[in-house]
Design a protein around this ligand. Structure first.
Ligand code: HMG
Ligand code: MG
Length: 298
């Protein structure tokens, strides 16, 4: 019924920190990446090569990538919305790049300043150049169940964006509940839409936890055989273009659930909690993870 193994991509350094108002020094971001890889994460979404005017927190993308001591077997991914971003990113030798589309027109405009169709045209040369450089290409589909501007999003929109991403050579897609409004049946429908164009091994779940639904949505996706998830250390984050939305589901909470289900993740929960505590201490707040809170107070 459930996959025997799950791959977790910790997106804390990117999705988690992108929304922080006060600049977080590159050295702290690098230390977080190091702690996450020491805890057994095999993929870390490190940063974004985006406009520093749009997302000032990610302005140090190249510096962060350059400062990481790479661990064999770990993949480092970065966001690249256009060729300018890709050209900067490629110098830092990412294993994987992420182009980010949306299932909502309004969100596409607010997030990347263009329509869905225009975004695909911007991604086309990025995907081509990445593949020519042997860099794996992932695509994110934001607002796959709901949009802060358009409300509920029909699964057909997800299927359409998945098809467009497939056509330009994107190898894997993340079904993203950007604002955490999804509930299990809606998420199943979004996943079914994604499955029309991608295989079960080429889809991941990316669930923000605004309404506390992300673990339920993860479980629903696991039951469909989806075995890859983006999660955020200490539940950090939010999207600058999705006001009020909280971070991704905490990596600690997902790992606790999977361990309890006997599903292999390769992650050491104690070390993971220490990593989340490290960044939360820096930000002077408590980790936004129930499992972390429980285990730290034990
Ligand atoms: P634009 O203003 O339309 O771009 O922004 P442009 O091509 O017209 O260029 C304007 C200026 O930006 C120029 O500089 C460019 O050089 C510069 P100027 O001449 O004015 O000095 N520029 C860049 N600089 C650095 N890196 C680049 C880059 N591109 C242009 N790559 C753009 C379009 C896409 C660049 C902008 O809208 C942007 O950077 N958006 C980023 C939005 C973002 O990062 N959002 C958060 C990540 S997505 C997310 O969190 C969702 C996800 O987690 C899934 C989910 O939960 O839904 C993935
Ligand atoms: Mg996100």
């Amino acid at each position: 019924k459930y996959p025997a193994k799950v791959k977790i991509v910790d997106v804390g350094p990117r999705d988690g920190l992108q929304n922080e108002k006060a600049p977080v020094p590159a050295a702290i971001k690098i230390e977080l990446v190091h702690r996450l890889q020491d805890a057994g994460l095999t993929e870390i979404e490190v940063t974004s090569f985006v406009s520093p005017k749009w997302v000032p927190q990610m302005a140090d993308a190249a510096e962060v990538m350059a400062g990481i001591t790479r661990k064999p077997g770990v993949r480092y991914s970065v966001l690249t919305p256009n060729m300018k971003g890709f050209e900067a990113a490629v110098l830092s030798k990412p294993d994987e790049i992420v182009v980010f589309a949306a299932a909502s027109e309004a969100f596409s405009q607010r997030n990347i300043n263009c329509s869905i169709e225009e975004s695909i045209e911007r991604f086309r040369p990025v995907a081509k150049a990445a593949r020519a450089n042997n860099i794996y290409v992932r695509g994110a589909i934001s607002c796959a169940v709901g949009c802060p501007y358009e409300g509920e999003i029909a699964p057909e929109r997800v299927a359409m964006v998945a098809r467009l991403l497939k056509e330009i050579g994107v190898q894997h897609i993340g079904v993203a509940d950007t604002i955490g409004v999804g509930t299990p049946v809606k998420v199943e429908r979004a996943m079914e839409a994604a499955l029309q164009h991608y295989g079960v091994d080429d889809i991941s779940g990316h669930f923000h936890d605004t309404y506390g639904q992300a673990l339920g949505n993860t479980l629903a996706s696991l039951q469909m055989g989806i075995w890859q998830y983006d999660t955020s250390s200490a539940g950090l984050g939010g999207c600058p273009y999705a006001k009020g939305a909280t971070g991704n589901v905490a990596t600690e909470d997902v790992v606790y659930m999977l361990q309890g289900m006997g599903i292999e993740t390769g992650i050491d929960l104690d070390k993971l909690i220490d990593a989340g505590k490290f960044i939360s201490d820096y930000l002077e707040r408590k980790p936004n993870s129930r499992a972390s809170t429980a285990l730290l107070n034990k």
